[in-house]
Ligand binder design. Structure first.
Ligand code: ATP
Length: 674
């Protein structure tokens, strides 16, 4: 049953919708900002999220992922819109995990808020009793002992409630954390290469990740988990209980003045940041210049750190330029660049140079003097009064900060909601999707004027490609470096999109097949296939996961790849662990002498061959009957001519049936025609 259809959802919705409806209709329109470039993920949630990131619409500058949104009217409208679109669904989802525990959690949150005022009251009674004891000499030890034991019981009760509430909260939080991480992971896995090549979508997923990470208590980005937001309840009940205490203490006019004085002196430090004495946190990365600098700084950092750019960096002597550009951008980000616009004013500089904390402490003593002059004030009530005022201000400040953080969290929630709605670019619409149907002898490929340019590239990687390959035929894609061979292979495999032209597979537009369905009928090897930090068995086995655990299937794949003899040279055979930088250093290491002694192969030879045969995971499924197309994108370039021919012979054999009849279509990408 969908969440929206559940009675739980409707009761939530019925409760919250009227509240949201109270806002004037003008406030509910989120589109006062310029309409932004929209991709085909046109949902209003996505648009609202994107609009909240705009810094300058004409230059297309966006806030960097995770940056705080300004407290503007437009952003309030967008936050309201996002809340209406997904907050209810989101809280209903959390609620459905553990309704009873969540109810408990909310009740404890209210209860915990009352504790501080109760604590102050109880301690004030003890102080009053002590005052009477000292000033009158009237020893009422039994009453004092009663008060102290009440206080001890109160403390025990508070810590018992605290520990029970915390363990309950941990269970709720971990369930929520799991479900959010699961949803995020599931959505990431669904995404295809062209979708994730879109920088805005990458930002969307990054903000969505931040939202999910907030559930694990990661507060390094100033994030607030939704559970922290629920703690607003604690703060509100704390605020109300302090207010009640203060109300009961300020019975006459002089006390009112003391209250005003107390509040003013405590509030003053909170106003200092707004008087220009310090830079507010929420103003970070707000200007277009800062955002450009953040992007530049990251670009330069990537150039300096990445191994893949190292040849160009040293070949073209880019080092000093990278360092200079990074330093310039970094200074802007850190606020070290002298910028006349952001220079603090003379008055605020003077203000910050004064020792404000001493002055404020002195001010806070004035109410004390006034209160002591009033004969009706006992020491206990004065203490209670003073701590209540301070706690009230402190709680109000916390509440305000929580609200500000919740405001930021709404946009991350919007990112999460929008990310969940993104459909992979290569997936057809449900009503246009057809199932793949095999035809005899393999797969028929027909390309008509196929063209493709990589995003941001002026030169097309493919232009007007025409070909017809009948089922069972072999297509050789031959060309020089950069001529687009791999791009064509990726399009045939439905990993990349094409912009113009037509590609028919078995007479149907390739775009009408679901990529997952289509991929069941192809097997392929790419250049630079990634190795996983796992055993040889798992690295080969990923070619056909259902048989990954079957040793015989993995060994057969290795033999088909002509690399069966290499297995014997590995210290732990199929169990030898691989990592991206080489082979297991300990225990499973390949010793040159050992491998030569056992198989006449040098360690280097084993490694080269292993590199190659790892990519033959394609053989795990190449022989399977449902596979109609085999694509080999230069898998054999690091093998000698003899080994290459052996692989091509195997592929040829695999594509024929027992009688020698053609069963599969082959596509081989190579720079040479040998
Ligand atoms: N991800 C990418 N983004 C931008 N441009 C790309 C990308 N991948 C490839 N290109 C460019 O597209 C063109 C075709 O690349 P492709 O890898 O298809 O050529 P190729 O014939 O397979 O080359 P090689 O034989 O070196 O593998 C090249 O100019 C390449 O620089």
């Amino acid at each position: 049953m969908s969440l929206r259809a559940s009675p739980l959802y409707s009761s939530f919705y019925e409760l919250l919708y009227p509240i949201l409806e109270l806002f004037p209709r003008r406030l509910r329109n989120p589109y006062s900002k310029p309409t932004l470039a929209r991709s085909n993920y046109s949902t209003s949630l996505y648009d609202a999220w994107l609009a909240s990131r705009v810094i300058s619409s004409n230059k297309g500058d966006y806030l960097s992922p995770g940056a705080h949104r300004s407290l503007s009217a437009d952003n309030f409208r967008l936050a309201l819109h996002i809340s209406k679109r997904c907050a209810i669904d989101f809280f209903a989802l959390l609620w459905s995990l553990h309704p009873f525990r969540i109810l408990l959690m909310l009740s404890f949150d209210v209860l915990r808020g009352v504790f501080p005022a109760f604590r102050g009251y109880s301690q004030a009674l003890i102080i009053d009793e002590l005052q009477t004891l000292i000033s009158t000499g009237n020893y009422t030890w039994t009453r004092l002992a009663k008060l102290i034991s009440t206080e001890v019981c109160r403390m025990a009760l508070e810590s018992a409630v605290d520990s029970f509430a915390s363990s309950n909260e941990v269970i709720v939080q971990n369930s929520a954390r799991f479900i959010m991480e699961y949803k995020q992971m599931n959505q990431r896995i669904r995404m295809d290469v062209p979708t994730m090549a879109d920088p805005i979508i990458r930002d969307l997923f990054q903000e969505s990740d931040l939202f999910v990470r907030s559930f694990s208590g990661v507060s390094g980005f100033g994030l607030l988990s939704p559970f922290d937001i629920i703690r607003v309840l604690t703060l509100v009940s704390e605020l109300v209980s302090h207010m009640l205490v203060l109300w009961s203490l300020t019975s006459n006019a002089s006390h009112h003045w003391i209250l005003v004085f107390s509040i003013a002196s405590t509030v003053l430090p909170l106003l200092l940041p707004f008087m220009g004495c310090s830079r507010t946190y929420y103003g970070e990365h707000q200007t277009a210049q800062e955002v450009r600098s953040v992007a530049k700084q990251e670009k330069m950092r990537a150039l300096a750190h990445s191994e893949s750019y190292r040849p160009e960096v040293s070949l073209f002597g880019l080092g000093p330029w990278i360092l200079q550009s990074w330093a310039k951008a970094r200074k802007v980000v850190l606020g070290l660049e002298s910028n006349p616009m952001s220079e603090p004013s003379m008055s605020s500089t003077l203000l910050s140079q004064m020792n404000m904390s001493d002055l404020l402490t002195a001010l806070q003593n004035v109410p004390l003097m006034l209160a002591l002059r009033s004969s009706s004030t006992s020491l206990g009530s004065f203490t209670l009064y003073r701590t209540s005022v301070q706690c009230f201000i402190f709680t109000a400040k916390n509440l305000w900060q929580t609200i500000l953080m919740a405001f930021q969290a709404i946009f991350l929630l919007g990112a999460f909601g929008a990310a969940m709605e993104v459909e992979p670019k290569l997936s057809p619409r449900k009503d246009k999707s057809i199932r793949y149907r095999s035809i005899p002898c393999g797969m028929k490929l027909e390309a008509r004027n196929l063209s493709y340019s990589y995003p941001g590239s002026k030169e097309p990687a493919l232009q007007n490609v025409n070909l017809t390959v009948n089922a069972g035929e072999t297509l050789a894609i031959v060309g020089f470096n950069g001529s687009g061979k791999s791009t064509l292979a990726n399009i045939l495999l439905r990993i990349s999109e094409f912009h113009d032209g037509e590609l028919l597979i078995n007479g149907h537009d390739i775009r009408s097949y679901d990529p997952t369905d289509y991929h069941n009928h192809v097997s392929a090897v790419f250049q630079g296939f990634s190795k996983f930090n796992a055993s040889v068995k798992e690295n080969i086995g990923v070619g056909y996961v259902p048989e990954m655990g079957r040793r015989a299937a993995v060994e057969k794949a290795a033999q088909l790849a002509g690399a069966g003899h290499i297995l014997g040279a590995l210290p732990k055979g199929l169990k030898t662990k691989l990592d991206c930088s080489g082979y297991e250093a300990d225990g499973g290491a390949i010793h040159k002498s050992l491998s030569r002694e056992r198989h006449g192969l040098s360690g280097g030879e084993v490694m080269n061959s292993l590199d190659c045969f790892i990519s033959y995971l394609a053989f795990m499924r190449a022989h399977r009957p449902e596979v109609d197309l085999l694509v080999f994108d230069e898998p054999t370039s690091s093998l000698d001519a003899h080994a290459q021919n052996r692989v091509f012979d195997t592929v040829e054999k695999l594509s024929r049936g027992p009688e020698g009849e053609r069963k599969k279509t082959n596509s081989e990408v190579t720079k040479t025609t040998s």
